[in-house]
Design a protein around this ligand. Sequence first.
Ligand code: URA
Length: 231
Amino acid sequence: MGLGLLWKLRAPLPAAATEEQGEGSVPEAPTAINPPVASLPATAAMDWDALAAAVAACRQCGLCEGRKQAVLGVGDRDADWLFVGEGPGAEEDQRGEPFVGQAGKLLDSMLAAIGLRRGENVYIANAVKCRPPGNRTPTPEEMAACRPYLERQIELIRPKLIVALGRPAAQTLLLTEVKIGAARGRLHRYRDIPLVVTYHPAYLLRNLPDKARAWEDLCLMRRTMRLGDRG
Ligand code: URA
């Protein structure tokens, strides 16, 4: 499959961050992966409507102050594939849908490269549901406060494979310090669900040589979906 043909390059994004820092242009140094937060939303019994309402009204962390709207996620709620990014950017905050900017276009191309389309057997969510100001990486506290929503989404979707796009998503799902270079290229697990870590599309827009590694990760995803743990 012609990777170069499918993965169209866009204009570079404004600022650079390393993938080990996260997508945002103003990186934060995470200190603890799952810090205690004052209170956590009780999501265990929520159905989709209750979850959407809780996320829309959430005030568990300071990110709610700057949002136009919370961005729950988009796609097929019975999907086999779940892709998890970092958090909404400016366009996502405006439109209420994850990955609608330049990084989203590349994500769509990545999906197409393995025969997938947004919304068809694919669900896309983020580690945090509200836009971090200035496109910075969400703090460990913000991710911990939002984690119950992501966990409930995973319980409701019951995907066959989870893809963590970038370091913050990987860390919030695996609850451990992650370096993308070391974590990518092999299978992890979220509870009993296989999980693949790969580069965030926004990082790939700025670091073209790593697209070859991302392609390997896409092949691992496809293989895992086909063969399960034997992939
Ligand atoms: N980057 C993300 O991680 N998520 C989005 O929804 C958009 C950009």
